[in-house]
Design a protein around this ligand. Structure first.
Ligand code: ASP
Ligand code: MG
Length: 430
């Protein structure tokens, strides 16, 4: 009998009614003759509420204690979900990440899974039980302390367990019917993507599309574990995340395939800020000094642009983007550098957003950037920064123009459907 891992996100188990609905769904899968292992996130906005609570108690909670607190969210949902399944007459047993054998490194708040030894899960399913595992958490191999995997980490727990258990598929349930060509919350004509490669999914997720935890996709790609992203609120087939050959295979299978889509989707990100270092002397070692200071402050950089220096002044500007949450720290690190580098000033702008088009087809198609930029221009959107990869073009724009930019790009690449397909069933978007 095959194993299916099913992961349910916070919005699917937001309240008692949701928990019961999900319990029924799990039991239905079990009745179809599968072994079922479930990974569950904290109910609704519990994790955010726990973080708020910690911040009320302490301005800087110790990372170890914060992790201990946050893992409580998933313990609540795993226990109540197990109760609901038992009520339906099926044996279900809940396990913390540590009991499920999720072993991580010791990096609190963003621990990496280094091994999964799911002995207790295997024992439970061999006795015919449904195993419920708390997502987003593990235990450090070295310190034996409880760790968390970073926000949204339950997806990664699910894929890691699926790999360790040699499951047939990892199903990720959320409040939308799959992965869409753009966020249905701002693009009403977004279409569901039936199949998408790991690589494109990684780019979409890295560019802010709130579809899957980045690490979960990396993990799935490494072990070639198919992910089926779907809604717990409907029975519809969702999106399959598989390797690129399988995506290509499907399009050759389709007779008279319509011209293959060059762009797979449009992603946007409102979590970034832009810093510009103005008047940097154009000489050897200046950029190195700036980015060394930022690296030492553990700043996660994204786009970097350095202008050609003005011939008259010999000075140049360097701009980069980073997560807004790191803005303060980065500004502090740069301030200490002013004497050494001798720049003019540093500008901070958190009123920016990033819009990206992603598609494996673009590597062999000319004119993609032109079409993208023309659509932005027609929509009156000004581009502040540009960056590209082999399968992506990203722009930074003013935050209030993000929505218009997404809509323009989506239409320019013919991604829109004629009917409204996307339903957002739940979630507060927090
Ligand atoms: N509950 C955690 C969070 O909200 C983990 C997850 O949802 O995957 O980030
Ligand atoms: Mg959550």
């Amino acid at each position: 009998m095959g194993i299916i891992v099913q992961k349910f996100g916070g919005s699917s188990v937001a309240d008692a009614a949701g928990v019961k609905r999900v319990a029924q769904r799990i039991v239905n899968t079990k009745k179809q003759g599968h072994n079922v292992v479930v990974v569950v996130s904290a109910m609704g906005d519990t994790t955010d509420e726990l973080i708020d609570l910690a911040n009320e108690v302490s301005p800087l909670p110790p990372a170890r204690e914060l992790d201990m607190l946050l893992t409580a969210g998933e313990r609540i949902s795993m226990a109540v979900l197990s109760m609901a399944i038992n009520d339906l007459g099926h044996d279900a047993r809940s396990f913390t990440g540590s009991q499920a054998g999720v072993i991580t490194d010791a990096e609190h708040g963003r621990a990496k899974i280094i091994d999964v030894s799911p002995g207790r899960i295997e024992a439970a399913i061999s006795e015919g039980a449904i195993a419920i595992v708390a997502g987003f958490q593990g235990v450090s191999q070295t310190t034996k302390d409880i760790t968390t995997l970073g926000r949204g980490g339950s997806d990664t727990t699910a894929v890691a367990l699926a790999v360790a258990l040699k499951a047939d598929v990892c199903e990720i349930y959320s409040d939308v019917d799959g992965i869409f060509t753009a966020d249905p919350r701002i693009e009403p004509r977004a279409r569901k993507i039936p199949r998408i490669s790991y690589e494109e999914t990684l780019e979409m997720a890295a560019q802010g599309a709130k579809i899957l935890h980045l690490r979960c996709v990396e993990y799935a790609r490494r072990y070639n574990m198919p992910i089926h992203v779907r809604s717990s609120f409907s029975e519809k087939e969702g999106t399959w995340v598989v390797n690129a050959e399988d995506v290509a295979q499907e399009s050759t299978d389709k007779e008279n395939t319509v011209e293959e889509a060059i762009i797979t989707g449009v992603a946007h990100d409102r979590s970034q800020a832009k810093i510009t270092v103005v008047g940097v002397p154009d000489k050897v070692g200046e950029a190195a000094a700036i980015f060394r200071a930022l690296a030492d402050a553990a700043i996660n950089l994204d786009m970097i642009v350095q202008n050609v220096s003005a011939a008259t002044t010999g000075l140049t500007d360097i701009s980069f983007t980073l997560p807004r949450t790191q803005g303060q720290v980065a500004m502090g690190a740069l301030a200490k550098l002013q004497g050494e580098v001798g720049y003019d000033k540093v500008l901070y702008d958190d009123g920016v957003g990033k819009v990206s088009i992603v598609g494996a087809g673009m590597s062999s198609a000319p004119g993609i950037s032109a079409r993208f930029f023309e659509s932005l221009s027609a929509a009156g959107v000004n581009i502040e920064m540009i960056s590209t990869s082999e399968i992506r073009v990203s722009v930074v724009v003013a935050e209030p123009q993000v929505e218009a930019a997404v809509n323009a790009a989506h239409a320019a690449f013919g991604l829109g459907s004629d009917e409204v397909e996307a339903v957002v069933y739940g979630g507060t978007g927090r």
